[in-house]
Design a protein. Structure first.
Length: 256
């Protein structure tokens, strides 16, 4: 059985965000960190301005440059979320989770960006909220995501967005938050009645990643095994197998 890449994308993002955390400035050797020359506000503004580019390679390079600077760029990125340039707002939202755990300071601004007039910005803001939440929950300290409740409430509302990409990213973001997003389970279950198969698949993946309450999640994923769309069925099967309890595996076995 082949699993389409986008069906397990949220799981892969969780792995990647852990790798980003390991490579973040907070894990660098202090002597190495002290050897990095300070970056002026003017240099940061110049980098932020480059985020308005339409060239994907330039955006990738700029985000990498911002990541190397670290937390000092966060206030400028937050400010960029309200810039008049749509691409700059969207790319600023994209850059924030790459900076590291300090990006949780941007959560209120990203929540506000969920109401942006352009879907491109809302789409990236939703996904970045999920990434920042995932990054925060893998801290060695085990600290709770600082703005978890506000984020979950905002993302639940975004499941009703007029744009499919925004709705799908909101579902994926809730999944990335994991158990923190348990209160979103009823709303995600409702999504399984949506006409768009992609949206249903993203909701199924989110339910699998949240994973609690276990019985309700397993029951819902079991019902999704009968979805009319193959991608949704495959996604449900993948997450039931990942949950791995007797009831989950039995549901998969009986569906074959």
């Amino acid at each position: 059985m082949k699993i389409r890449f986008y069906l397990i994308l949220p799981v892969l993002w969780l792995v990647q965000i852990c790798l980003v955390f390991v490579g973040s400035s907070g894990c660098h050797d202090p002597e190495t960190a002290n050897s990095i020359p300070p970056t002026s506000a003017k240099q940061i503004r110049k980098l932020i301005k480059r985020l308005s580019s339409s060239q994907s390679k330039e955006i990738q390079n700029t985000i990498q440059d911002l990541r190397e600077i670290g937390d000092p760029v966060i206030p400028a990125l937050i400010q960029a979320l309200s810039n008049d340039n749509v691409r700059l707002r969207a790319h600023a939202a994209k850059a924030l989770p790459v900076i590291g755990i300090g990006a949780h300071e941007a959560v209120p601004a990203l929540i506000q960006a969920l109401g942006d007039s352009h879907a491109e910005v809302r789409q990236q803001a939703a996904f970045s909220l999920g990434l920042i939440g995932a990054l925060t929950t893998v801290q060695q300290s085990g600290a709770v995501y600082p703005s978890a409740e506000e984020t979950v409430v905002a993302l639940i509302a975004t499941l009703q967005d007029e744009d499919l990409n925004v709705r799908s990213n909101a579902a994926s973001a809730l999944g990335m938050l994991g158990e923190v997003a348990e209160s979103a389970v009823p709303a995600l279950i409702q999504v399984l009645n949506a006409p768009e198969a992609r949206f249903r698949a993203d909701a199924v993946a989110a339910l699998g990643l949240i994973g609690t309450p276990v019985k309700l999640v397993i029951s819902t994923l079991t019902q999704a095994l009968d979805d009319k769309n193959q991608d949704v069925r495959q996604c449900a099967r993948f997450h039931l197998e990942r949950i791995g309890t007797f009831d989950a595996l039995q549901a998969v076995k009986e569906s074959q």
